[in-house]
Design a protein around this ligand. Structure first.
Ligand code: URA
Length: 487
């Protein structure tokens, strides 16, 4: 005779755990347990046994609990049974089961958790609110169709992100409501109940059209990342057919212009215009919710290039920037040195230590500074045991420039600070004399201001101490002046 465990909701981990405890304590084997969600049709067992009372506590590996908490949100009706079978095995002599990555149950559980996480990511990136005027004031309403039972689990994300708004998210199975103070959940709804249009949509459309880079058009990847079912909820995707049609023409224009796209709307704030244009691909959809994910995607993209310069293949790794998203000051050096190449972090060698000290003396707090390089790989000549730094040439700078520009777009700084000639060239797109330009502001990508100063390694190369001190003081003055620009 089987035993039915009836759960109050489809993704209620605490309830599943309680029921599982009871079944386990009663010695109910996995094949004898029937799992159901209250309200679903009864299964094969003629008689429902009452849900077993909570039994004795059991200890299972953390890895199982972490996976189970996520996998239970999967829409596969077999998930509860699978979780119970794994639990049974863990508590019946297979305590190390979670380490057997090839075990079919473990593989399935991991795949479920992964699918749930992916669904959550899509919800973060593709959900769009529409503004609705009600008698009680403005409310934002979104329709979304998740694959899995993620509404409750992801509600917190939207509370953190839109704490100041009153909003509702409606899905076919659930609705989530935030009134500015408290969350509540209700039954699902229908798409037709969510207003199709509002005044905010033209803005989204304009924004999306502006960030779209036709040269990087990958319709297959676009569809895989953003299935059509999400498109129809996203006002900006109304622009997709037009953009696809215009892509070849726009690429030709960009090539003719040397890679920079036209500014469709000079009225937009400089900062937004720059950020949106240079960020330039579908990763920006991530960036709108998770800039760190967009930076990671950028690094992956560089690693996947098959036309990297030879020196990049000799380097240990690409080194991207470091610092807070939204830092007002964005420092650009030349390229990673020997230590940076090994550690995978910018400015951690001698020049970096000097820059750090000068930053402190100039009173620039670390959370105001993001630091990166124009060239992302260490270029060196392998001479015996030592790796001798080689300066990047104009071709190297041009190769990495799109990555630098997109990094800027993701971080969204107010002022770019060029440390030395390579950075100045990468940021302005042309060769400029550093000593004549230092301390002044010149035009950077998309009109973002660039403040020029020397590279800290220039100070390290000064032979006499007096000269060193004099130049150090000037460098600190420059950093102070840069800071004053954003305060
Ligand atoms: N010099 C640079 O320009 N960048 C680094 O990251 C280190 C040294």
């Amino acid at each position: 005779m089987g035993v039915a465990a009836v759960l109050p909701g489809p993704a209620d981990f605490a309830a599943w755990r309680n029921a599982a405890r009871g079944l386990l304590a009663a010695g109910v084997r996995p094949e004898d347990a029937e799992w159901r969600v209250a309200g679903d049709a009864p299964g094969l067992f003629a008689e429902d046994a009452p849900p077993p009372a909570a039994g004795a506590a059991f200890h299972v590996p953390r890895a199982f609990v972490e996976l189970a908490e996520i996998a239970i949100r999967h829409s596969d009706p077999e998930r509860f049974a699978l979780l119970y079978r794994v639990l049974w095995r863990l508590t019946h002599g297979e305590h190390a089961l979670m380490q057997v990555a090839t075990d079919p149950d473990v593989v399935r559980l991991s795949a479920m958790a992964k699918a749930v996480k992916r669904d959550a990511h899509k919800m973060h990136a593709f959900l769009r609110f529409r503004q609705v005027e009600t008698e009680a004031g403005t409310r934002h309403v979104a329709w979304f169709e998740p694959e899995h039972h993620i509404e409750e689990a992801e509600a917190g994300f939207f509370v953190r992100r839109f704490a100041g708004l009153r909003w509702s998210i409606v899905t076919p199975r659930r609705s989530v409501h935030w009134d500015g103070q408290a969350l509540s959940f209700g039954p699902g709804g229908r798409r037709a109940e969510v207003p199709p249009d509002d005044a905010v949509e033209p803005l989204w459309r304009a924004y999306y059209a502006a960030i779209f880079n036709p040269a990087r058009l990958k319709p297959g990847a676009m569809r895989a990342e953003m299935p059509r079912k999400y498109w129809r909820n996203m006002p900006e995707t109304a622009e997709i057919p037009r953009m696809l049609a215009e892509a070849p023409k726009r690429v030709a224009e960009m090539v003719a212009r040397g890679g920079s796209a036209p500014n469709p709307n000079p009225q937009r704030p400089r900062h937004l215009a720059a950020a949106s244009r240079v960020a330039a691909d579908m990763d920006l959809l991530d960036a709108s919710t998770d800039p760190k994910a967009a930076l990671a995607a950028l690094a992956r993209e560089l690693a996947g290039r098959n036309d990297l310069p030879d020196f990049a293949r000799r380097a240990t790794q690409a080194v991207f920037g470091e610092g807070p998203i939204g830092a007002p000051l964005f420092f650009v050096g030349e390229q990673p040195g020997d230590e940076e190449d090994i550690q995978g972090r910018p400015f951690v060698g001698p020049a970096g230590r000097l820059w750090n000290r000068a930053l402190g003396d100039a009173g620039v707090p670390r959370d105001e500074a993001y630091v990166t390089n124009a060239v992302k790989h260490f270029k060196f000549a392998p001479t015996g045991k030592r790796r001798l730094h080689q300066s990047p040439d104009a071709g190297d700078i041009a190769y990495y420039r799109p990555f630098l520009l997109r990094e800027i777009g993701i971080v969204g700084p107010r002022l770019l600070v060029a440390l030395g000639a390579t950075a100045l060239r990468a940021l302005t797109g042309k060769a400029m004399p550093v000593m004549k330009t230092r301390g002044t502001i010149v035009d950077g990508p998309e009109g973002l201001p660039v403040f020029a100063t020397v590279h800290p390694s220039f100070l390290l190369r000064i032979p006499d101490q007096d000269g060193q001190q004099r130049e150090y003081a000037k460098f600190v003055d420059d950093l102070r002046a840069a800071r004053a620009q954003v305060h």
